[in-house]
Structures are given as structure tokens and as C-alpha cells.
Design a protein around this ligand. Structure first.
Ligand code: ZN
Length: 410
């Protein structure tokens, strides 16, 4: 922005895609950096720090403001919905240093050099890993601040979708209030209501995510004859009145992504959500002071009983390959919608309002390696004679133990 030199902007995109190509053929919007990105350590069992999630989301917001390119908004939602939420206990009191797309251990052991740093980096601890403790707090405030932006023609742009209330000066400078209500990403519909003391003309833009093929919008109950391709904006310009309401519909469908360099593994998406195997998680309370890494600091009067740490053990098998029809995934995966949770927190295995039913087969040679981490994905193609079983997939963001890059069973 300071030099106005487009080469700097292109360099941002180049870096983004270079890192993803080299270390990031994994779901969740991030890449396998651990602490230092290492050539050869690109399997989905490598993870990213919680502060990395927060920093990526913040960078995505800044880049959206500079470029208007929905690719950054999509990445911010990807990281938030599929990675960030899984880095915390559901009460958000404890966090872990590293969260991986494929991770079935959350113990208090040192996993170096499988993870490129020495320490108990997979434990959920409210005192440990202080860079993440310091940094995680900016992810959600900046995300909320970036949901609705001013457009450069005195209008509004809805960039990412969640319930919020926005006050803005639009058109000739009239102040309006915009109310947005939705359970997105667990529903396809986003409802907007405008409050204004006087009629005011301005353009209203709606960012269409890269995964959405048939977005539609209704104004005061009537479908508007406006469309936009995935990754573009719907623009509605008119004189707006108090009480005008808009309903944006972002139809979701099941999608499959293939990660060629990681043994042709696949990830299952439904709109902005990516799915993980549902693994039975057993939480074990441990002392948060004794299990904190050596350089940790915490408030002297913090009571470790009120701020406990947890390890999480897998109590059900996890080494499944997925049986999937890549061309028509709805043939092999079935969506199950459930009630919105009473406590309003959809990112836990019990609460998630969407699950997928699938079929898988266990792969006996895929286990835990000498560093105590899930093995790298087995070589493609995989053969297994194990029985076909019904398995359940839940959103990655609800799974603290997870397999989200799956070996495909042919
Ligand atoms: Zn950190």
C-alpha cells in the first residue's frame, strides 16, 4: 500500500501459494510448519501453532481490505472453522501449541524430532506455550471486525458471514445499522435487516465463497435477478429503506479435495467445513503447572484447579481409510443434520449440528511411530483386507483428535 508497486502484492500471493505447495497439501487452511518448516515434513501429521492460526486470520483480514479478493476471506474462514477452534478446549480456557490435520495423540510427552521443538506441545494447558497464549486473543476480534467492510464507492461489503451488528455511514453519509443473523457455517442462509432513519442510496456487496456455485439473494421476500460466480461479489444497488431485509443463500454440497503429494489422500468438505473422523475422546485432567513447558509464566494467584490442563486419549480406532466415490461423493457420504446446540457452541463432537455418515476400512499397518505421532500416511495405493465399517465424520473444528486427510480405499 505504501509503494503502490503491484510486484509487492504479487509477492504476497506467490508466498502464499509457494508455502502451501511446499508444506501445505493438507486441509484446514494452514501448512505443516510445526515451529520450523522442514523439507520432507509435509505429511498432515505436522501442524501449526495456535498463534499461527491467529496470525493467518489477521493477515487474511488485512489482505482482504487491501485487495478485495475473496480468496483471503475464504482462507480466514477455513482456518477459523477447521483449525483454530480445535486448538482449544470447548470452554476456551486451555489451548495447545500444535494442532495437526491428522493428530490422534494429545498427551504431555515430548515428540521431538517428529515435532520440531522439545516439549509437551500437544497438551491442552492454560499456562503453557506463552506465545500462543499471548497471540490467540486477536483472532476473533479481527475476524468480527472484518465481517462487514466499507466499499470504495460509499457502500457496504459483507465479506465473511456470521451474526453481527454493524453501524456504518453509507451513500450521502447517512448512518445505518445492519443486523446480520445466521448459524453459518452450519446453515446456508444469512439474514440481513437494515435500520435507517431516512432512505439512502448505496451499493451493497456480498462476497461469494470459492466453494459456492449457485448463490442467490432475496430482497423483502422476492428473489433478485443477480448472480455471481464463486469467488466474486453479488452487487445490489438501490435506495434502501428502514426494515429492508435480504436473505443470502449459499448452497453447500459435498466436495472432495485430493492431496497428490501426500499419497493421494483426500479431504471431505461441505461448504466451508472440512470433516474429520469422529474419534472417541477421553479427557484426563492433569496439573497445569506441572505439565507446563519450562519457560511458561502465569499469574501468581491463578488457581490450577480452576484452570486445569488436559491430555486427550483416543478411545476408539482411528486408522481408517475412506471408501469414497470421488466423482460423485454424495454416493458414498450422507449428510445428517442435527439440532443447533443449546449452549450455542457447535465445535464439539457432541454438539456439532452436521455429521457425515461414511464407510471405511481399517489399515493395520498404519499406527503410531517411534516419535509417538500418527504415522505418515501409508503409501498409495493401499490394500487392506479388513471389514467394511460404518464411520462418522464430524467437522475438523469440533475434533481435537482427528484424521482429516484420508487414505482412499479402492
Ligand atoms: Zn505460539
Amino acid at each position: 500500500m505504501q509503494t503502490g508497486d503491484s510486484a509487492h502484492l504479487y509477492a504476497t500471493y506467490n508466498d502464499y501459494y509457494l508455502i502451501r505447495r511446499t508444506f501445505g497439501q493438507v486441509p484446514g487452511g494452514m501448512f505443516g510448519s510445526d515451529e520450523n518448516s522442514r523439507m520432507g515434513y509435509i505429511d498432515p501429521r505436522q501442524g501449526t501453532e495456535t498463534c499461527g492460526f491467529a496470525e493467518q486470520m489477521t493477515s487474511d483480514g488485512i489482505l482482504t481490505r487491501i485487495t478485495g479478493d475473496p480468496v483471503w476471506a475464504d482462507n480466514c474462514e477455513d482456518v477459523l472453522f477447521n483449525s483454530f477452534t480445535a486448538a482449544f478446549t470447548t470452554d476456551m480456557k486451555a489451548l495447545r501449541y500444535i494442532t495437526c490435520p491428522n493428530g490422534v495423540t494429545a498427551d504431555a510427552e515430548n515428540h521431538s524430532p517428529g515435532i520440531d521443538n522439545r516439549g509437551p506441545f500437544l497438551t491442552m494447558n492454560p499456562f503453557s506455550s506463552r506465545c500462543c497464549q499471548h497471540n490467540h486473543g486477536h483472532a476473533l476480534p479481527y475476524y468480527l471486525q472484518n465481517l462487514v467492510m466499507a466499499s470504495n464507492d460509499n457502500g457496504l461489503a459483507s465479506i465473511m458471514y456470521n451474526s453481527c451488528k454493524t453501524k456504518a455511514k453509507v451513500g450521502d453519509g447517512t448512518e445505518i445499522t445492519l443486523i446480520e443473523e445466521t448459524n453459518y457455517p452450519y446453515e446456508e442462509e444469512i439474514r440481513f435487516t437494515l435500520q435507517t432513519a431516512q432512505n439512502v442510496k448505496f451499493p451493497f456487496y456480498f462476497s461469494i465463497p470459492g466453494w459456492c456455485k449457485n448463490a442467490g439473494i432475496k430482497l423483502n421476500g422476492k428473489k433478485l435477478n443477480v448472480t455471481a460466480n464463486a469467488g466474486e461479489y453479488i452487487r445490489v444497488e438501490r435506495e434502501w429503506s428502514d426494515g429492508d431485509n435480504l436473505v443470502l443463500n449459499l448452497p453447500m454440497e459435498i466436495g472432495i479435495r485430493t492431496w497428490e503429494v501426500n499419497q493421494n489422500s483426500v479431504s471431505v468438505d461441505y461448504g466451508p467445513l472440512t470433516f474429520s473422523l469422529k474419534i472417541e475422546e477421553e479427557y484426563n485432567k492433569i496439573n497445569s503447572i506441572e505439565s507446563a513447558i519450562g519457560d511458561s509464566k502465569w499469574q501468581a494467584d491463578a488457581d490450577p484447579e480452576k484452570w486445569p490442563a488436559f491430555t486427550i486419549d483416543a478411545k476408539s480406532p482411528w486408522n481408517y481409510g475412506l471408501i469414497v466415490d470421488k466423482n460423485t461423493p454424495s454416493n458414498s457420504l450422507q449428510i445428517v443434520k442435527k439440532e443447533w446446540p443449546a449452549d450455542n457452541y457447535p465445535f464439539s463432537p457432541e454438539n456439532t449440528p452436521i455429521e457425515l455418515k461414511a464407510k471405511g476400512q481399517r489399515i493395520p499397518q498404519w499406527g503410531i511411530d517411534k516419535f509417538g505421532l500418527v504415522d505418515v500416511l501409508p503409501l498409495y495405493p493401499v490394500k487392506t483386507g479388513e471389514p467394511i465399517e460404518d464411520i462418522t465424520l464430524i467437522p475438523m473444528g469440533a475434533a481435537r483428535l482427528r484424521i482429516s486427510a484420508f487414505t482412499v480405499i479402492n
